[in-house]
Design a protein around this ligand. Structure first.
Ligand code: ADP
Ligand code: MG
Length: 629
């Protein structure tokens, strides 16, 4: 423009622009994300300043982002009422002063095979992504610190840019208006459908309203030209109006199409996590669940927790537990699990799959928004940062706490209605009605495996996770009867120090097994283990609250002292008596068995094959054989 001066791009910027412009494999859509996030940043800045100095807002009080497309001129405009830029800001921010991330970005680009420009925003050079779609970019900006509105302009491929006073004068009041003169191949960004989709995607949770100006053509009665208007209807002698031909009964007036504009706010649902949780309805939480789960994990979330972490690191978060097992987890394809939460920094989306959960909690979905994270570092660096590690730790604790709440919740209210009053006026739960199942049991049946994995993987939280486990036992073996380890311990015999577990292939086999005889006879509870992971679980976790797991198919099972004494004496007698038999059997089986001895614990069965205390159980051998192929 007239009166503008030219400035050379700083060398690194120039180099980067070359790469951006020539990158072939880039998702060009991202330019809009970068511009919206810049606008949102600028709005955040003025909002922050105006908290203490409301007069800074002046005439321009509305804090908003507006997007406009103009198919005739092939331009796309993004306007904000943010803090704006002075002439110096325009020169420094958009060209001359090397921004710290530039060099890193160039390095990352040359290292990534596909020139992944998508990362541009992480390096603090997002603005330049506009050149992916535009061959001319104009930035008009008005800042409180500068009386004049200035324009920055640059053509694609130029090594310089131009800055001067805006010939239109002050049109903005305050803020920034970026006009993209779109390349021919970028005309999809003139489609309101495409724009709406992109704005919705990138700004759904931007806390400032983002509106799209839509072009509407409406039909209005055609304005008559002057001649017609003056053409008064002729009157006849009697003074009656003579109806002219074209105005005959009910004939519509002639219509014409005119173009008007209409703004539509696209992000109607700003950051739910930043709102006061007391005023958020369950329906709203469930709607947001749809966003974060992307439909994987059931139509409804099982439960959620919404909290603010305060301390050295501050963040807000909503974590959800799904009601259904996500697809990849169902398939046992843990490696394909999308293991991530939506990470925002100051309400700008950094990633919708940011790794913030350990593998075993990969089904937990949600959002984390922190003011303490830098916006302009690359994702990998961020992933490794100390702050993220601290956030991760807190999130895991919160997720476990959420599951604990589900587990300890009272039976839902409506089940009380099942109760009936009998003839004596007592409330009874009718026996014929099937017992209601606690929602946690229903959930646990689907997700228990992940929790067991957690006990193995996450030693720091092992104790908490163990309390969430539920087991079928010889005393709770109905369809929906489960016992927690604590319940088992509470029911242990006085003499009992260990937790008896019985790993095996199926409930039916376990229940009917001769190994159970001695336990059933003595009314000693045994935990049935039928998951493939159970062997690893007891091998790894070893104990619960000081009580060791004891595999009843192995040697070393001990009952009460009294019991043991009798058995010992009896065994001694039998050992002598049956010496010829045990000798004969050992000879018969040779090296196939390590020992033939008199058992202390058989009930119905005459003989049993058991494992040595330190060897694999038969079930483990079965699992290993199955995996050996
Ligand atoms: P980043 O946003 O990571 O700082 P960008 O390349 O996206 O990097 O933007 C460069 C700088 O230009 C910003 O830091 C900001 O100072 C300035 N800027 C860009 N867009 C705007 C805007 N809409 N309003 C005010 N300043 C802006
Ligand atoms: Mg930016």
């Amino acid at each position: 423009p007239e009166g503008s001066s030219s400035f050379a791009y700083e060398a690194e910027v120039s180099k980067m622009l070359d790469i951006v412009i020539n990158s072939l494999y880039t998702n060009k859509d991202i330019f809009l994300r970068e511009l919206i996030s810049n606008a949102s940043d600028a709005l955040d800045k003025i909002r922050f300043l105006s908290v203490t100095k409301p007069e800074l807002l002046g005439e321009t009080k509305e804090l908003e982002i507006k997007v406009e497309y103009d198919p005739d001129n092939k331009t796309l405009t993004i306007r904000d009422t943010g803090i704006g830029m002075t002439k110096d800001d325009l020169i420094k921010n958009l060209g001359t002063v090397a921004r710290s991330g530039t060099t890193n970005f160039i390095k990352a680009l040359s290292e990534s095979e596909k020139n992944n420009v998508n990362m541009i925003g992480m390096f603090g050079v997002g603005f330049y992504s506009t050149f992916l779609v535009a061959d001319r970019v104009t930035v008009a900006s008005k800042c409180n610190d500068d009386d004049t509105q200035h324009v920055w302009e640059s053509l694609n491929g130029e090594s310089s840019f131009h800055v001067g006073p805006d010939p239109r004068g002050n049109t903005l009041g305050r803020g920034t208006e970026i006009t993209l003169h779109l390349k021919e191949e970028a005309d999809q960004y003139l489609s309101p459908y495409k724009l709406k989709e992109l704005i919705r995607h990138y700004s759904e949770f931007v806390t400032h309203p983002v509106s799209l100006r839509q072009i509407k053509t409406v039909k209005v009665p055609k304005e008559k030209d002057e001649f017609e208007e003056d053409d008064e209807p002729k009157k006849d002698e009697g003074g009656d109006v003579e109806v002219t031909e074209d105005k005959e009964e009910g004939k519509e007036p002639e219509m014409e199409e005119v173009t008007t504009y209409e703004y539509e706010q696209i992000n109607t649902d700003p950051a739910i996590w930043a709102r006061d949780k007391d005023i958020i309805t369950d329906e709203e939480y469930q709607e947001f669940w749809q966003v974060v789960s992307k439909g994987d994990g059931g139509p409804k979330a099982e439960d959620w927790t919404h909290f603010t972490a305060e301390g050295n690191i501050n963040f807000k978060s909503i974590l959800y537990v799904p009601s259904e097992v996500p697809y990849a987890l169902q398939q046992g394809q843990l490696e394909n699990m999308v293991n991530g939460l939506r990470l925002y920094v100051r309400k700008v989306l950094i990633s919708d799959e940011f790794d913030l959960m350990p593998r075993y909690l990969s089904f937990v979905k949600g959002v984390v928004d922190s003011d303490d994270l830098p916006l302009n570092v690359n994702r990998e660096t961020l992933q490794e940062s100390k702050i993220v590690k601290i956030i991760k730790k807190k999130l895991v604790r919160k997720a476990i706490e959420l599951i604990r709440k589900m587990a300890t919740a009272p039976m839902p209210e409506d089940d009380a209605a099942e109760a009936e009053v009998d003839a004596d006026g007592n409330t009874v739960i009718p026996e014929d009605k099937p017992k209601k199942v606690h929602p946690y049991i229903t959930w646990y049946k689907k997700f228990g495996l992940s929790l067991k994995m957690g006990c193995i993987d996450d030693s720091a939280n092992k104790d908490k996770l163990q309390k969430l486990l539920r087991f079928k036992t010889s005393k709770t073996d109905g369809e929906n009867d489960y016992a927690s380890l604590q319940e088992y311990v509470d029911r242990m015999k006085d003499w009992q120090k260990e937790i008896f577990v019985f790993p095996g292939e199926s409930m039916k086999l376990l229940k009917e097994s001769s190994f159970m005889d001695a336990f059933l006879e003595r009314d000693v509870e045994v935990i049935y283990l039928t998951d493939a992971i159970d062997e690893y679980f007891i091998g790894n976790v070893r104990e619960f609250s000081g009580h060791k797991f004891r595999d009843i198919t192995k040697e070393g099972v001990k009952f009460s002292d009294e019991d043991e004494n009798i058995a010992k004496r009896r065994a001694k007698v039998y050992a002598d008596k049956f010496k010829p038999l045990t000798k004969f059997l050992k000879k018969l089986y040779g090296s196939d068995v390590s020992r033939v001895s008199i058992s202390k614990r058989l009930g119905r069965a005459p003989a049993i094959v058991s494992s040595s205390e330190w060897g694999n159980s038969a079930n483990m051998d079965r699992i290993m054989r199955a995996q050996a192929w």
